[in-house]
Design a protein around this ligand. Structure first.
Ligand code: ADP
Ligand code: MG
Length: 435
């Protein structure tokens, strides 16, 4: 027996027989690729893989440590997936940008009131690149389909043989830094200025980064000058990003700015039906409606739920019932929140308001810090089980009355200021969907 099998035997003693037979028995240990600090297992299919990964990775890693005395990272994968991902990573590293996801197409994108404007804009650009709206700027909350839409246009262009660069602004920055370091800026410039279409995702990341903004400005001007199409996405309207050079902000607004709103119920239902069709999952109308009403807006969350339901039905060879769906949803919502710590929440608030987490926790009374601190406290209270004394300690405040005073203030603000309420909702959505 190899160490991987031995560890699984140990695990068998800790879990029920049903659990063992249903999931763990299907794992295969890779004796060749595993090392003393890396254990690789293979799961029989992609959906089961996710299930096992969420529930058992930590336990398995702990048992390895018990057995060998060393800290071991556990990776669970599909056999060919590891190779595929490595290849993708290699291509991406070499080129400095990402590959398009071929299933992000217009056909797979469900249109409703919340996204029809953005959809129409991207569609029109895909038909007449460089001629209608240039740049096209799409903005909206997390998981609402910005990347999907942008890549749909990218796939159209790519299929026509055009050279398309899709990259996140973070990758763009890293690529820039690499070329500066290697003194190959001419190659960087040639690459980005030679493409037919430039897609840059999550541009808000460039906020407060002057060097790259300058470089991006020139890339932008060069492409636009010769009628090459540029599409950008962000989580906010260009005016609200903050820390952007004025000339960039005005360039971003110069073409068309289109927003995506959270999907209404019918659109959510249509999206779920589409995802079921693509992933070959059969769900009754009742279950689809139920999922659509429980999940607020983040479509990515819907996908997680579908893959869990699918994994279960595949393993058990049974139909998915509404009771089971309810359990999976409860699990998922709890899981999302279990990972949230005070640091994570404070980090999000700091990032959103362009300040440092340490400033939020400092004693400074400057207006914007007090504002940020209040929001962070409110969200920490709302999203974690921490008590008021615990929060007081974390935020360096005198005692729980200071926390309760803050919460009262925020509740008042939310009641009287619709914009502020939306802001808090957006932040909550961002935080809970990022974990
Ligand atoms: P964003 O970039 O806005 O955070 P994504 O484009 O990554 O969001 O979308 C998250 C997931 O939701 C993707 O898998 C995407 O395919 C799916 N999705 C979002 N909106 C729709 C839609 N209208 N129709 C179909 N799928 C959608
Ligand atoms: Mg995205």
């Amino acid at each position: 027996m190899n160490i991987g099998q031995e560890v699984l035997q140990l695990l068998k003693e800790e879990i029920t027989e049903v659990e063992y037979n249903r999931y763990i028995r299907q794992l295969l240990y890779d004796t060749k690729k595993s090392t003393s600090d890396l254990a690789i297992f293979y799961a029989p299919n992609a959906l089961v893989l996710k299930w096992i990964k969420n529930k058992y990775t930590e336990k398995i890693s702990h048992l390895f440590e018990v057995k060998s005395g060393e800290k071991v990272t556990v990776k669970i994968a599909l056999k060919n997936q590891i190779d595929k991902r490595k290849m993708k990573q290699k291509v991406e590293q070499k080129s400095g940008h990402s590959l398009l996801n071929p299933s992000h197409t217009f056909n797979n994108f469900m249109v409703g009131g919340s996204n029809q404007f953005a959809y129409a804009a991207v569609k029109s650009v895909s038909e007449k690149p460089g001629q209608t709206y240039n740049p096209l700027f799409i903005y909206g909350g997390v998981g609402l389909g910005k990347t999907h839409l942008m890549q749909s246009a990218g796939n159209v262009f790519q299929n026509q043989g055009k050279s398309v660069i899709y990259t996140t602004s973070e990758q763009f920055l890293n690529d820039f830094i690499r070329h500066v370091r290697n003194k190959t800026m001419d190659r960087f410039q040639e690459k980005y200025r030679k493409c037919d279409v430039l897609l840059i995702d999550d541009i808000q990341f460039l906020s407060n980064k002057e060097g790259i903004q300058e470089e991006f400005f020139h890339t932008f001007e060069a492409l636009k000058g010769v009628g090459k199409q540029i599409i950008l996405t962000a989580d906010k309207h260009p005016k609200k990003i903050g820390g952007l050079e004025k000339r960039l902000q005005s360039r971003f607004e110069h073409g068309l700015v289109a927003d995506i709103q959270p999907p209404e119920l019918e659109t959510k239902i249509a999206i779920i039906e589409k995802k079921c069709e693509i992933n070959k999952v059969k769900l009754s109308k009742d279950i689809i409606n139920y999922i659509a009403t429980v999940i607020e807006s983040n479509v990515r969350e819907i996908e997680g739920i579908l893959s869990k339901l699918h994994a279960y039905s595949q393993l058990m060879h049974i139909d998915i019932t509404i009771e089971f769906t309810k359990n999976v949803l409860k699990d998922q919502l709890q899981e999302n929140r279990a990972n949230l710590t005070l640091d994570v929440i404070t980090g999000h608030v700091a990032k959103d308001l362009n300040i440092k987490p340490s400033e939020i926790r400092s004693k400074s009374r400057s207006r914007n810090l007090v504002y940020a601190r209040r929001i962070a406290i409110y969200l920490c209270r709302d999203l974690t089980p921490n008590t008021m004394p615990q929060l007081a300690q974390y935020f360096g405040m005198k005692d729980h009355t200071a926390i309760s005073h803050t919460l009262k203030k925020i509740n008042e603000l939310m009641k009287n200021d619709e914009d502020f309420k939306v802001k808090i909702e957006e932040l909550t959505n961002k935080i809970t969907s990022s974990s």
